[in-house]
Design a protein around this ligand. Structure first.
Ligand code: 13P
Length: 262
């Protein structure tokens, strides 16, 4: 008889590795990178879901070179408005119409450089959900908050910004914990620091939405994640994958992180 694991040990939530290309690559370079990753993934079934989040200009051409079921496609932002006179903005329905399935919201670079606040991020999240996009909602403390010990409260507040959502809507969200001091700095959070924060985030979700939704929420780690540290981070019980910046810009390093789930 096949060995059956006790129910509470079966992990229902998805493992996900998502790339965030940020403001990098021309369309031509992006198409080449995406097709390279797509081809490598086709040759070898990944043990996690793979998504690439790309600049708006790249969505349609990248969608044209990736295979459904092999990898997903996302934007890096969307407007909090539905449509209309908002020059330069891109709505969630426009993103959806490119064939994208995901959208990163609340990245620390958006919060820091473009002043995005909790109210706007809730509105963006609602737009994304109303248009059938899966938000990858980023949270994370800055160095000063890590050092003064307020990081758990800071991140709790960022997650709570979404607590107006119905349980059904909240259950569609992916959370990405990205300590700002670890982004692009080469200074990764230790696997234990990541695990502690992910467990904290899951508890915050559980207190509001209950254990089932909390257990089913994928919580990704982001911040200087690379092939050499991904395995240790992803081995932690509450770390369900990664949101990858710099290392997603080369097919071999992105694949190296995906393979941490082998
Ligand atoms: P790096 O992997 O370059 O540190 O960036 C992480 C990030 O911001 C992903 O959204």
């Amino acid at each position: 008889m096949a060995h059956k694991e006790p129910e509470n040990l079966i992990k229902m939530r998805k493992n996900i590795v998502a790339g965030n290309w940020k403001m990098n690559t021309t369309v031509e370079e992006g198409v080449e990178l995406a097709s390279e990753v797509n081809d490598l993934l086709k040759g070898k079934k990944a043990n996690c879901e793979v998504v690439v989040c790309v600049p708006f200009t790249h969505l349609v051409p990248v969608h044209g070179v990736i295979d459904e079921g092999v990898m997903g496609l996302g934007a890096e932002n969307c407007s909090e408005h539905d449509k209309g006179a908002y020059t330069g903005e891109v709505s969630a329905s426009m993103v959806k119409s490119t064939g994208a399935s995901h959208v990163i919201l609340g990245h620390s670079e958006r919060r820091q450089y473009f002043g995005e606040n909790n109210a706007q991020l809730l509105a963006k999240t609602k737009q994304a959900l109303a248009n059938g996009l899966t938000p990858i909602f980023c949270v994370g403390e800055v160095l000063e908050e890590r050092e003064n010990g307020s990081y758990n409260d800071v991140v709790k507040g960022q997650v709570e910004a979404l607590f107006e959502l119905s349980p059904e809507d909240f259950s569609k969200i992916i959370i990405a914990y990205e300590p700002v001091w670890a982004i692009g700095t080469g200074k990764t959070a230790t696997a234990d620091q990541a695990q502690d924060m992910h467990a904290h985030i899951r508890k915050v979700i559980e207190d509001k939405y209950g254990k089932e939704i909390a257990d089913n929420t994928s919580i990704l780690y982001g911040g200087s994640c690379k092939p050499s540290n991904a395995k240790e981070l992803f081995a932690k019980p509450d770390v369900d994958g990664g949101l990858i910046g710099g290392a997603a810009l080369k097919a071999d390093s992105f694949m190296g992180i995906i393979e941490a789930f082998d």
